[in-house]
Design a protein around this ligand. Structure first.
Ligand SMILES: *[C@@H]1O[C@H](CO)[C@@H](O)[C@H](O)[C@H]1NC(C)=O
Ligand SMILES: *[C@@H]1O[C@H](CO)[C@@H](O)[C@H](O)[C@H]1NC(C)=O
Length: 317
């Protein structure tokens, strides 16, 4: 039967193209708008192509297509609360005057608030009636964001949803993502997402990269994953598998990268690059000065910084 789950996922979608609509559930429990901007066009076009899409997020569509159901998490948490206490930077700490220490500290601090956000949303989502209602249906495939939380994987298990799970990422793999699908990101030459390193690192860079890699994994494991499991077990009064193991059942991981830009790194067929998937391809505006810049022959690549996020405009002539 379906030994390769991701083939089943594709089969479900392919068959659906011939008139049998797939039932797709999307679970996006992160409050950052920039993340939803990546998923929204995918969900919308799946619905426009005839599938039944149920999207659980903080950002319901203003004018959803037919057969698109929004399950709003609005009200669970404040939106875009990607803020943190700046006073830590004011404390006169001599250690932070050392450039490397300061740089590492800033990286760790940038991730820190994500733990509180994940647990806050998770704790409330477990008791959010519209979400619980949505989880009582059957689906052909589940799309879930892989970022700062595995709460939704626990809920899928509780509600017995056994369909293939496809993880979506708005960047490349997080430090805790790769091993779920068989990618080993050796910190000796694979830069961690929070660093500014490329694959060519000095010895000190590698040390720093390795430290940050190990720390992020430790942080995610003990400040998020383990606690989310406890929240779920407490709420439902029963044991569930380790969320890490549930994550290993991803059928596919879709990453918002493009190797020419984000660098070359080890990968496996289960990781699919879709950098630029979310861009509006009807807006083919090329700045004049880039007209003559064609690094990829007949392909154009246009990079701009938009809304704190790197946007890549890429299309064929
Ligand atoms: C919505 O779903 C129904 C039932 O599957 C289907 O008949 C209809 O064509 C769909 N609408 C669109 C616009 O795809
Ligand atoms: C992962 O999927 C397999 C096949 O569907 C299943 O047998 C196994 O129990 C799942 N693992 C967990 C931790 O749910």
């Amino acid at each position: 039967m379906c030994t390769r789950l991701f083939l089943c996922a594709f089969a479900a979608i392919a068959i659906a193209g011939n008139g049998h609509a797939a039932k797709i559930l999307g679970l996006f429990p992160h409050t950052g708008k920039s993340h939803q901007m990546v998923f929204e066009p995918l969900l919308r076009s799946l619905a426009e192509r005839g599938h039944h899409v149920t999207s659980v997020s903080f950002f319901p569509l203003k004018n959803p297509p037919a057969n698109y159901t929004d399950v709003s998490l609005e009200g669970i948490a404040g939106l875009g609360v990607e803020t943190f206490d700046l006073s830590i930077y004011e404390a006169p700490n001599l250690l932070l005057k050392i450039p490397i220490v300061n740089r590492i500290f800033n990286q760790l601090m940038a991730f820190h608030p994500l733990a509180g956000m994940a647990l806050d949303v998770c704790g409330k989502a477990l008791n959010w009636p519209p979400l619980i209602e949505a989880l009582k249906s059957d689906y052909d495939v589940v799309l879930v964001e892989n970022f700062n939380s595995d709460c939704m994987l626990g809920l899928l298990h509780i509600y017995g949803i056994k369909s293939p799970v496809v993880a979506l990422l708005t960047t490349y793999l997080m430090p805790w993502s790769g091993n779920r699908i068989g990618v080993f990101e050796n910190p000796a030459y694979v830069p961690v997402v929070s660093t500014s390193f490329t694959s060519r690192m000095t010895f000190l860079d590698r040390l720093e990269n390795t430290f940050v890699y190990l720390y992020h994994n430790f942080w995610f494991r003990y400040l998020i994953q383990v606690k989310e499991r406890e929240l779920i077990e407490k709420r439902f009064g029963r044991k569930i598998p380790d969320l890490q193991d549930l994550g290993k059942n991803y059928s596919l991981m879709i990453v918002n990268t493009f190797h020419a830009l984000n660098g070359v790194r080890p990968t496996v067929p289960g990781v699919v690059e879709v950098g630029g998937m979310h861009l509006d391809h009807t807006r083919k505006i090329i700045p004049e000065q880039l007209e003559s810049w064609k690094p990829f022959g007949t392909h154009y690549l246009y990079v701009s910084v938009l809304l704190e996020k790197l946007e890549v405009y890429y299309w064929e002539r």
